[in-house]
Design a protein around this ligand. Structure first.
Ligand SMILES: CC(C)(COP(=O)(O)OP(=O)(O)OC[C@H]1O[C@@H](n2cnc3c(N)ncnc32)[C@H](O)[C@@H]1OP(=O)(O)O)[C@@H](O)C(=O)NCCC(=O)NCCS
Length: 175
């Protein structure tokens, strides 16, 4: 295994199509509450619109030689983005500033998990998010049944805030 890390520009995200769709399938496989909601979630419906609508994006991949084996996608968006017809993800009044940071997508291929790659991607995302002085509030949204991810984020200092959509999503915050 020879792992290295590369930042991907917003224009090059098509290389993440397969991994993004694997993430959606993985989340569906773990989910017991409203798992049907994942049927409409894909690279086209989740990643492309999110990258287009965010104010800033940070996409970091892990490569084994030339093959992408994992990625993390974080962004900075207006807090109003998180109150829409689908859900109100958090109380907008609980965020003082206009914008929030979010670790939005995170996936490592199964055979590459538990060897520290996720921690590298996570830490570099946090470094990027923390580099914006106006961003105080960070969010991660974990779908139900994904207890491993929940524990991973809690181990990195994120705290469970609340659940939305009947427990379909657990909202984690940095404060
Ligand atoms: C969540 C996920 C991204 C974490 O990535 P990862 O590469 O497995 O993460 P790491 O290897 O850095 O850490 C995982 C565990 O291995 C341990 N670990 C870290 N470095 C290690 C190393 N060098 N050798 C062995 N174990 C190590 C960590 O302590 C951690 O244990 P903990 O969770 O009990 O603290 C990955 O498991 C994944 O892709 N899961 C499926 C998709 C998913 O759930 N995405 C999140 C959606 S919200």
């Amino acid at each position: 295994m020879s792992i290295h890390y590369e930042v991907i520009s917003d224009d090059d995200i098509s290389c993440l199509k397969d991994l993004c769709n694997e993430l959606m399938s993985y989340q569906k496989s773990k989910s017991t509450i409203h798992s049907e909601l994942f049927d409409s979630m894909s690279f086209e419906t989740r990643m492309i619109p999110s990258v287009k609508s965010a104010k800033k994006n940070y996409i970091l991949v892990a490569k084994d030689d030339n093959e992408i084996v994992g990625y993390v996608y974080s962004n900075i968006s207006s807090k109003e983005t998180y109150s829409n017809v689908f859900a109100t993800f958090f109380d907008l009044d609980s965020v003082k500033n206009e914008d929030v940071g979010c670790l939005s997508q995170f996936y490592i291929r199964e055979e590459y998990r538990n060897s520290g790659i996720g921690s590298v991607l996570f830490n570099r995302s946090m470094d990027w998010l923390s580099s914006f002085k106006s961003i105080k509030d960070l969010f991660i949204f974990v779908s139900n049944g994904n207890d491993n991810a929940l524990k991973f984020y809690q181990g990195k200092g994120f705290k469970v805030s609340h659940q939305i959509l009947d427990g379909f999503i657990t909202v984690l915050r940095n404060t």
